[in-house]
Design a protein. Sequence first.
Length: 85
Amino acid sequence: MKNMVNLRDYLATEHSVGDWQGQEKLVADNVNRLYQAVYGAAPAAINEYSLRNVLWDLWDEWGAADSGLLSLTEEQIAAYVAAIF
């Protein structure tokens, strides 16, 4: 169940994202926008482990320097969420 997953356990800080050439705060803010959108779109009855896996995989998909996190748009977020749910 969704309420068994604490989103705060996944949110990034400028210190947790690694080296982004001085853009760490922007990267943390943008990846957190993704986390919040995914969590918000997840069905209330989603299996806890499924949601944890989706949230865990998010950084694997977006954490690379060429992933687009520096220029993330609302349209990209919506497309990513739609592809998951």
